[in-house]
Ligand binder design. Structure first.
Ligand SMILES: Cc1cc2nc3c(=O)[nH]c(=O)nc-3n(C[C@H](O)[C@H](O)[C@H](O)COP(=O)(O)OP(=O)(O)OC[C@H]3O[C@@H](n4cnc5c(N)ncnc54)[C@H](O)[C@@H]3O)c2cc1C
Length: 414
């Protein structure tokens, strides 16, 4: 097939690599001009098998830092750390933190190496019913396929959602109206263990600290009004957020910003339809839930892998149907899991699980915590996020330990 991919970010590049490896004629349009710093620097272990399959893990390791797990600080004095080492041995027990532009370049080079043609230009689409075509100008300036339309189109345009916008496909928008700012710093207190990502609950949102080679990515995700009250510029807001939080202020005394701050708003949206007669969306163009557990890149890469697999094993209509259903399941599972962190249920479960353990002395010490941490690591690493067993364990524990009556947790994020 002749396949045009719009967008050469992670989802577009991986799609291009896998489809080109199968012998399809693939052209990737990417308009370039991306900022020097892009969010999406913390990966989860679920991406590692694909890196190995693509033969790029060594390159990713060379630009990144090994990430052993994540520590949450939901309140002063309360720490909830999980380590991917509690994963079953069949799964890789680590991930990487990576600087985005360099990471994206590895993926783009991989697609070119596989035989995809990377065209550095903006692509415009036109709609005809549920079908999409490249505009005549786009085809002509690209100089490909003798001006003939591709057999299939993949929208990998990220949160721009090119196909969905053109076809007036609605988005299922998440409940929060947050803004996110982030920048790179030197001089933060070192994390323990090395490479560990740290998430702090703040007065009106949360912050991330992602260790990168020689620097730290620090970002906040906050209610838009609360962020505006912290300062006029993104840089002022980041520094105020650091100062105002007791734990952060004590651990960032030597912090010095070394990049300008970037801003993101209006994320948390999932298209109600991600496939059509001759097209499919991948990555953020299909849907993005929330950055707290860093699922974005995994979903972007998994969507590419899933689409490639379905297109090569089934007739088109069936392939798109299965692809769309699985993507929606996956996005919903991540959304459910992330809710546990936003409304504080996960930390309540941890507290009460530890209390409960003391009432059951016949169980080996730490049994409940170990069991629940392993389940949580499996889900947060992306290996078992959508698995009924893992989701059932969490639901059952919630009902058993927290009961059925809704309550406001002291750990809930405003
Ligand atoms: C605040 C925040 C924090 C995040 N943190 C993390 C994290 O820690 N870990 C994680 O895994 N994910 C994180 N994410 C999510 C992650 O950034 C995205 O999920 C990921 O970038 C999606 O990749 P993609 O390829 O789908 O889209 P993108 O990376 O957005 O790539 C889209 C590409 O398409 C190109 N394009 C668009 N339109 C056209 C056109 N018409 N013609 C040609 N080219 C076009 C763009 O220039 C771009 O290169 C975060 C997101 C946010 C908002």
């Amino acid at each position: 097939m002749k396949i045009a991919i719009i967008g050469g970010g992670p989802s577009g590049s991986v799609c291009a690599t896998l489809l080109a490896q199968r012998g399809h004629e693939v052209a990737v349009f990417d308009e370039g001009g991306r900022p020097e710093h892009i969010a999406g620097e913390s990966l989860v272990p679920g991406v590692i098998p694909l890196f190995r399959r693509m033969g790029i893990e060594d390159q990713v390791a060379a630009i990144g830092i090994r990430k052993p797990g994540v520590t949450f600080f939901p309140a002063l004095g309360k720490e909830f750390a999980f380590s991917f080492s509690s994963l079953p041995r069949k799964f890789p027990d680590y991930a990487y933190n990576v600087p985005r532009p360099a990471f994206d370049r590895i993926l783009e080079a991989s697609s070119a190496h596989a035989g995809a043609l990377v065209i550095p230009q903006r692509a415009n689409l036109i709609a005809e019913g549920d079908k999409l075509h490249l505009s005549q100008e786009t085809l002509a300036s690209a100089g490909i396929w003798n001006g003939r339309q591709p057999d299939f189109l993949i929208d990998a345009s990220g949160r721009r959602r090119l196909a969905a916008r053109l076809l007036n496909i609605k988005a299922d928008v998440g409940p929060r109206r947050d803004v996110s700012h982030f920048a790179h710093y030197e001089g933060f207190d070192p994390e323990r263990p090395s490479g560990q990502v740290r998430i702090n609950r703040l007065a009106d949102g949360w912050s991330w600290r992602i260790p990168l080679q020689g620097k730290m990515s620090f970002g906040v995700v906050m209610d838009q009004k609360a962020a505006a009250a912290l300062g006029k510029t993104p840089e002022e807001r980041l520094e105020a957020a650091m100062r105002n939080d007791p734990l952060l202020s004590s651990e960032t005394r030597g912090a010095k910003r070394i990049s300008q701050a970037e801003t993101y708003a209006n994320y948390q949206l999932v298209s109600t339809k991600g496939v059509g007669e001759n097209w499919a969306s991948v990555g953020d163009a299909f849907g993005f839930v929330d950055p707290m557990l860093s699922p974005g890149m995994l979903l972007a890469l998994q969507s590419a892998e899933l689409l490639d697999e379905q297109l090569s094993t089934k007739p088109l209509e069936d392939a798109l149907q299965v692809y769309s259903t699985k993507m929606k399941e996956s996005l919903n599972a991540w959304r459910d899991l992330i809710d546990y962190f936003y409304d504080g249920r996960i930390f309540e479960l941890h507290d009460r699980g530890c209390e409960f353990q003391t009432k059951l002395p016949f169980l080996p010490l730490g049994f409940i915590e170990t069991f629940m941490s392993a389940n949580m690591s499996g889900m947060a690493s992306g290996f078992t996020t959508a698995e009924p067993w893992s989701r059932g364990v969490l639901k059952y524990a919630e009902r058993f330990v927290l009961g059925n009556t809704p309550f406001l947790s002291r750990y809930a994020i405003a």
